[in-house]
Design a protein around this ligand. Structure first.
Ligand code: ADP
Ligand code: MG
Length: 395
């Protein structure tokens, strides 16, 4: 049985397949940092399509004169059991950015120690920026509001690093993964505007916001819609699943022990739709001892669907009852327009609007031709299977 990673492996190169064009495109947007032009980017795509892996690979491949930081909002969210604050995000961001100064940075090594000390203090709710502000040349106003001080320091930090490096560093690239969770802050708009206002004056800092959300979701509008903070100035990029050919190439390279007939391969592609997450989890249930034809692929798919759809078990556990109600209603009834959906769930118009937005941001629900539907066929298949087998949807 093959063992393909279900998360993102520590050894990026060992498992990373292709994505040559995506890497070239993304690098070209970041390369402008060398000419003091900073692009801001928004990378979307469905869950499991390979955004995080691609962006980690991208950061790893950037030259030494570009510093990088990566934060995953879902981790911050997870640690806090769902209660997330701007302050926490800022401190995590500072921690990650500061880590990139650790190695071999001459003058900046001293700043690293000072900022590390500052971060420790902030975790203990002591907002004393005197030493770190002086070391980094960031003037922190003498005000009571701790978040205002912290956000100013954090937002100015990456550009100051470039300036303090004496030409050694040309840019700072910061990835904010699962950014749609920012939507759960009290005012996501204010948070996005903060980034907008600082990046506007910084020539060497590129942020890449990325998340499992559709390019038409409300949160994308808030950050980059006409009335959003960046007002369309962000470069939007969508990560697509593997094509049929790429999927086949991936299987040949990674799991050459698995044997398929032509129709078996076609069926495998239909089942996984080229999502590397599903290709990996499906392969892990297969055996090198048999040849997979169309029928055997279907049979294996239904026998092992719990394992193949594993990604959703974790997500499902984080959803609220109302979010689950909306999803199962759409599974039972197929795509529905607003009034039909409203009549089938027993909550108010306002409540429905709120939760529909939340699951849209999470890239679970989409809206097209006035109908609401579930985006992911694997989630659909898994829930249908659970209902049929157990008589009820997973709690
Ligand atoms: N280019 C790739 N080559 C090999 N495996 C990949 C590739 N992209 C993604 N994967 C695998 O697919 C799974 C989902 O990828 P991930 O980057 O976490 O998706 P996303 O962030 O879009 O939800 C992971 O297990 C990862 O190892
Ligand atoms: Mg991801």
């Amino acid at each position: 049985m093959p063992i393909l990673p279900l998360g993102i492996p520590t050894d990026l190169d060992k498992y990373f397949y292709n994505r040559e064009k995506d890497l070239i495109t993304l690098k070209s947007f970041l390369n402008t940092l060398n000419h003091d032009v900073a692009n801001q980017m928004l990378v979307t795509g469905y869950r499991g399509v390979g955004k995080s892996f691609l962006l980690k690979k991208l950061l790893a491949e950037l030259p030494d004169n570009i510093l990088t930081a990566y934060i995953d909002m879902s981790k911050i969210f997870g640690i806090q059991k769902g209660r997330i604050t701007e302050e926490l995000i800022m401190n995590s961001l500072l921690e990650e950015m500061n880590e990139s100064l650790r190695e071999d940075m001459d003058d900046l090594t001293r700043s690293y120690d000072i900022v590390k000390d500052l971060i420790m203090k902030i975790w203990q709710k002591k907002f004393d920026f005197k030493e770190a502000g002086t070391a980094m040349g960031i003037a922190i106003p003498d005000i009571k509001d701790n978040y205002e001080k912290l956000s100013k320091f954090v937002m100015e930090f990456p550009q100051r690093v470039v300036e303090l490096s004496n030409g050694k560093i040309n840019g700072f690239v910061i990835v904010i993964d699962e950014f749609q969770l920012i939507g759960e802050l009290e005012s996501p708009e204010a948070f996005f505007w903060l980034f907008r206002s600082y990046t506007q004056e910084q020539d060497n800092v590129s942020y890449i916001f990325t998340g499992s959300t559709s390019a038409s979701s409300d949160i994308v509008d808030k950050i980059n819609g006409i009335k959003g903070a960046f007002g369309g100035r962000m470069t939007q990029y969508t990560v697509d699943p593997f094509t049929r050919e790429e999927s086949e190439g991936y299987l040949k390279e990674r799991v050459s022990e698995l044997k398929f007939t032509e129709s078996g391969l076609n069926r495998f592609y239909k089942c996984t739709r080229g999502y590397p997450a599903y290709i990996n989890s499906f392969c892990n249930t297969m055996s090198g001892d048999v040849e997979y034809d169309d029928e055997l692929v279907i049979q294996t798919f239904y026998e092992k669907i719990e394992q193949i759809a594993i990604m959703w078990t974790a997500v499902w556990a984080t959803l609220s009852g109302k979010e689950k109600d909306i999803i199962t209603t759409l599974i039972e009834n197929g795509p529905l327009n607003w009034s039909d959906l409203l009549s089938k769930v027993d909550f108010s118009n306002k409540t429905l609007a709120k939760y529909v937005n939340i699951i849209k941001n999470k890239g679970i629900l989409s809206h097209s031709g006035k109908k609401y539907m579930i985006d992911d066929h694997m989630l659909f298949a898994w829930l249908e299977y659970k209902k049929e087998r157990d008589g009820f949807y997973p709690p």
